[in-house]
Design a protein around this ligand. Sequence first.
Ligand SMILES: Cc1cc2nc3c(=O)[nH]c(=O)nc-3n(C[C@H](O)[C@H](O)[C@H](O)COP(=O)(O)O)c2cc1C
Length: 326
Amino acid sequence: MSNLKTTFAGLELKNPIIAASCNRTNSVEHIQELANAGVGAVVLKSLFEENIVKQTDSYIDDSTYTEGLDYLQLYLKNHALDEYITLIKGCKAACDIPIIASINCWNIGEWVEFAKLIEEAGADAFELNIMSVQTEIDYVYGSYEQTHVDILREIRKAVKLPIIIKLGSNLTNPVSLTYRLKAEGANAVVMFNRMYQTDIDVYKLDYVPGHVLSSEQDLALPLRWIGIASGKVNSIDYALSGGVHSPEDIVKAILVGASAVEICSVLYQEGNAWIGKALEMIGEWQDKLSYLGIEEYKGKFSCKHQEGEERFNRTQFLKYFESFQK
Ligand SMILES: Cc1cc2nc3c(=O)[nH]c(=O)nc-3n(C[C@H](O)[C@H](O)[C@H](O)COP(=O)(O)O)c2cc1C
């Protein structure tokens, strides 16, 4: 088969398909199955700051005294961390693909210490998942972006592992943030995490979860931003996440400048067998176009090339309005 090797965040991957962080990457058994199905790497289910805080809250009543609360918080954090470390060690023992640990945090707090322990446990890289929604009425513009930089700076000081930042799509300018993150020592960015979607059932008159899984329409947004960012900020790697539903979508991600894709929804919908079929198709596509490997076409359609800049920067439909009629 054609050569599908790639490097991402300093890791050598046998192919560009990474299983994204989700409930299918939360046990050694699941990860072994993904490795057997052929993925190039796996991002473990995130260790969530929110979960630890919520868990602590559920034990608190008015009588909980402060010292007791501190102890409880520490116990729950250590417990969650112990489980995570066991998961990393188990995956490393069972699989020969890179294992990327993922932490979700919005405060730096104890994560620096945790990061050191995760590094010692043998993870190959860290993915920091910092996405959150900014709703404060006195929000200072730019402070959300600055949080990314501050968290990265502290974790970078503590560990030598490659650090990947998984961004949310709620950023004004992901290009300038990527530039700052690169300067602070990030090895890669992922564009983008998927936000929980809320919907309303108008008959039950209640909130309901919106679409949990993505669709192929979601691909356009990360394609655009990786196309722009990879053309402007180099020496940092990109992975596309969001809306990859066909092997061709992986080729598109590479064409705009990604070194890898992180896939989730398609695994829920099609199962792990999809991975092998996708790899086969990409190999056939490379052969058909006489490409010997990914590096030969990576970034060919970023904003640096052809009419990329004009295409990706376009926001209005002006010149399409006339021809677009029913
Ligand atoms: C059920 C589910 C759980 C997820 N859990 C996490 C998580 O723990 N950490 C994270 O960074 N992303 C998480 N994600 C986001 C995915 O990793 C991925 O970035 C997103 O779904 C977009 O990729 P897709 O279009 O291939 O689904 C989750 C997604 C789903 C659907």
